[in-house]
Design a protein. Sequence first.
Length: 108
Amino acid sequence: MKRIEVIVQSEVSKQVVRAIRNAGVGGVTLIQSLGQGAGERPEIGGHQIEFNSTDVIITVVQDSMVDSVVSAIMKVAHTGEKGDGKIFVSNIEESYDISTKEKSTELI
């Protein structure tokens, strides 16, 4: 299993969640956040913007789904501009269902 974590501008998070769901993923977590990349901070009206409004979207998928989910995310989130976001893919070694106390390497 793989954990896919996506950080995108808040304006595109609904499209990203929809793309993930359309790729066949059942569960998605969305966390509203503020973020700051390594680039120059824009100045608006004489004030430097410290943080951008971003969302973190997390899902867990079977290994075989990673490429199609990442492709679906890229399709809706990519503009070619700095600040489009990031996608991180990491291994899930095991998982637990709290309600059933079930432990599994394949539990989604």
